[in-house]
Every structure is written in C-alpha cells, then in structure tokens.
Design a binder for this molecule. Sequence first.
Ligand code: IPE
Ligand code: IPE
Ligand code: MG
Length: 250
Amino acid sequence: MSFKKQIITDKLPQHIAIIMDGNGRWAAKQGKDRVFGHQYGVGAVRNAAEAAAELGVKYLTLYAFSTENWNRPQIEVDALMHLFVETIEQEFETLKKNNIRLHAIGDLASLPAENYTKLMDTIKKTSEFDRMTLTLAMSYSSRWEIVDAVKKIVNEQGRQNNKIEITEKYFSQKLSTVGMPDPELLIRTSGESRLSNFLLWQLAYSELYFTQKLWPEFEKEDLYEAIVDYQKRERRFGLTSQQIKRKKKE
Ligand code: IPE
Ligand code: IPE
Ligand code: MG
C-alpha cells in the first residue's frame, strides 16, 4: 500500500521542518559539480511543498542556507544566492497555484541586496495565501536566533518601568518563529543524524526522522513515509505510556 494511503488525516503534524541535505553528494554521484545538485534540489522543494499543502499541513519550514554555509567556497555561495533569487521569482506561480504563503527566517539583512528585495517582494505578493505557510530559513542558525532574541528582550526590558516576567512563552515570542507552533516532525535527508544549528529551541520535543535519501532524490512518497513513521510513535512528553493511553480514552 502506498504511504499516502496509510496517513491518518486527523493526526497530521501541523508543522514539519526539513533539513534539506545531500545536494553535493548527489551531484558527485552523477559526476557533476555541487551546484548541479543544488539546482536539482529545487524540484524536491517544489514536491515537498506541494505534497505538504495538499495533505493539509499548515507550516513547512525548510533549512535552505545556514550562517555556517557562508564559509563555503565563494563560487558555491554565489551560485546558491543566484539560484535563490531565480527560484523565488520563478516559483511564484507554484505558490499561487497551491495557495502557499512564503515566509523567511534568519539574518536576512546579511543576504545580497537583490536576494533580500526579491524575497520580500514574493513574501508580500503571497501574504494573502492561506493554505500553508512555507518558511525558508536563510542565513539562519539557531544560536544566532537565540542571541537575537536575548538582544530584543534586553532592549524591551530596558524601556519598561515594570519588568516583564520572562517565561518560556514570552521568550519564544522573541524568536523568529513567533506565531508558529513548534514542529512536531523534523526530517533530515542524506543520512546525517545532527541538527546543524537548526531550531534548537523549537525542536525540544519534536520527533526526529532521518533518511538516507539525498535531498534531490526526496519525493512526495518519501514525505508520506516520514509522516506515517511519525504517526506510529507514542509522544509521551515525560508521561508514562499508561497515562497517555488513559488520556486518549477520555
Ligand atoms: C544541502 O546540501 C544544501 C545546503 C547546505 C545549501 P549540501 O550542499 O550540504 O550537500 P552535501 O551535504 O555536501 O552532500
Ligand atoms: C545544514 O546542512 C544546512 C542546510 C541544509 C541549509 P550542512 O550540510 O551545512 O550541515 P553539516 O555541515 O553537515 O552539519
Ligand atoms: Mg550537507
């Protein structure tokens, strides 16, 4: 039976995050340079976004470029930035067709001006679309985000006479993911089992799913498989299995 048919629609994760990894290794397997892998990876982004939106997932967050990725060879960084601009423009039709709102998180001010402008332009043009929010993490790292949140808090508290109580809820509202539920499911392709500085706060209780598939090979059916695997898990949040079963019956 296809994985899609096995998905329990009323147990769908609201938010899925993906670390899209393995473009370079995929290209090397084809005897091509790394940039070819990134170009091919765009198709996998389109498939994942479409599949998630069709299912009824509300938020899909994709790790596209980390703050650490700036340290790659300049030629690869330039090619990636060029690819982002081109893709963001070209894929407007896909976003429109699927009623997907585009959003971005990360140190966006560090992007080349053209990237920043085109990104903001597409974000604006899709702001009324409401089937799913597709968030691109660009020049993003979780430690950058947490330090940025602390700066915002220090600033805000400095301006207040009565200090605001710092709670988990207050803190999470200073992160770039404000307003989004935490991802229930994190997927990473390419066989690496690490978070690479992605959403450290938000993934505190997420189910982690690692697949050997390289990102350009990741198809809709692979997303369905990950969701089916997620749905078979018991999320206990520190409780006992017995407590969870009792709760379900209530
Ligand atoms: C992920 O693929 C894309 C980005 C980090 C931009 P990689 O480029 O990391 O590919 P591998 O991991 O070297 O195969
Ligand atoms: C993580 O992949 C970043 C993105 C997918 C954008 P990397 O390939 O940069 O991560 P490491 O170096 O394997 O940890
Ligand atoms: Mg990689």
